[in-house]
Ligand binder design. Structure first.
Ligand code: AMP
Length: 286
């Protein structure tokens, strides 16, 4: 089964208490598709600038991620994000966001992408998420992620996008901010009242939870000793979750519970790989 993702493909500058890097491959669609590629065929919809290198494209190729719908704008610059983490690695502080080629991006899905049975609307401008949703009318399951940047700047657009999806996957702070509710249970009830049948809440190093109108499910994560940079953890979780569902071509509640476990596992395994990749590429560890 093939899985479609739309989201950012980016260059990130990241600083954590353990080191600093100026320019590395990032983006919600990137982390998601690499993670999901361990389970299923993945197609990525997005845009990059003329500065996007062949080494970065090679990362997608090595994981057999289909990039036919990844547009390149030779005259433009790739999306750029700069973030910082303190000792609480659960909270990313955004220092700079440059939409660049995403500012004028109009996703045009190929015939094959339109036929996707499962779709992930990764973290990107919510109006773009909605446009992609409209082009995949026959999808069996559509999930959406977002972040505080969009909830703060265009909250109505975020709610409009949520109204047309089946599953929302966000972290607990975002759920509270989005619903305007301090209590997570009340926040979940409000978000579900907009239409989705499930809300999956990422709880950083504590695991994940899933709310439906009638049920609640939670699972702890196993702790990791070496974490240098948590960037992309949410997207690798979502990639494992959706990848598992797509490989089984099922989206009932029991399969979604199992998918959450696979999502957490994939997130942890990829972090070991990312940690060593950052070290190799010059991520300074102290
Ligand atoms: P996460 O899984 O939440 O840690 O996602 C991190 C990725 O999100 C980074 O690699 C960034 O490139 C990307 N990102 C940061 N801000 C935004 C934004 N406003 N829209 C889309 N992607 C973003």
């Amino acid at each position: 089964m093939s899985l479609l993702v739309v989201g950012s493909v980016a260059y990130d500058a990241v600083e954590t208490p353990f080191g600093k890097r100026e320019r590395m491959l990032g983006g919600s669609a990137t982390h998601f598709s690499l993670s999901a590629s361990f389970f299923t065929d993945v197609r990525v919809v997005g845009v990059v600038g003329g500065d996007f290198g062949s080494e970065e494209m090679g990362v997608f190729e090595r994981h057999s991620v289909d990039t036919s719908d990844l547009e390149r704008v030779p005259a433009g610059q790739t999306f750029f994000w700069r973030g910082r983490y303190d000792f609480d690695l659960n909270t990313a502080h955004t220092l700079d966001t440059q939409l660049n080629v995403f500012a004028d991006f109009k996703p045009k899905l190929s015939e094959a992408s339109r036929r996707a049975r499962m779709v992930f609307l990764g973290n990107i401008q919510p109006a773009l998420q909605k446009e992609v949703r409209e082009q995949v009318g026959g999808a069996e399951l559509v999930a959406l992620d977002t972040m505080n940047y969009w909830i703060s700047t265009v909250p109505e657009q975020v709610v409009e996008a949520i109204r047309v999806v089946d599953v929302v996957i966000i972290n607990d702070a975002e759920a509270r901010q989005l619903a305007g509710e301090a209590n997570l249970v009340k926040a979940a009830r409000k978000i579900l009242s907009w239409g989705p049948r499930a809300l999956v809440v990422k709880r950083g190093e504590y695991g994940a939870a899933m709310f439906t109108k009638e049920t609640y499910f939670a699972i702890p994560a196993y702790p990791l000793e070496a974490v240098f940079d948590p960037t992309g953890a949410g997207d690798t979780f979502a990639g494992g979750f959706m990848g598992y569902l797509s490989s089984h071509d099922l989206a009932d509640e029991e399969t979604m519970r199992r998918a959450i476990i696979f999502g957490l596992h994939r997130k942890n395994s990829l972090h070991s790989i990312y940690n060593s990749r950052f070290t190799i590429h010059g991520f300074i560890t102290v």
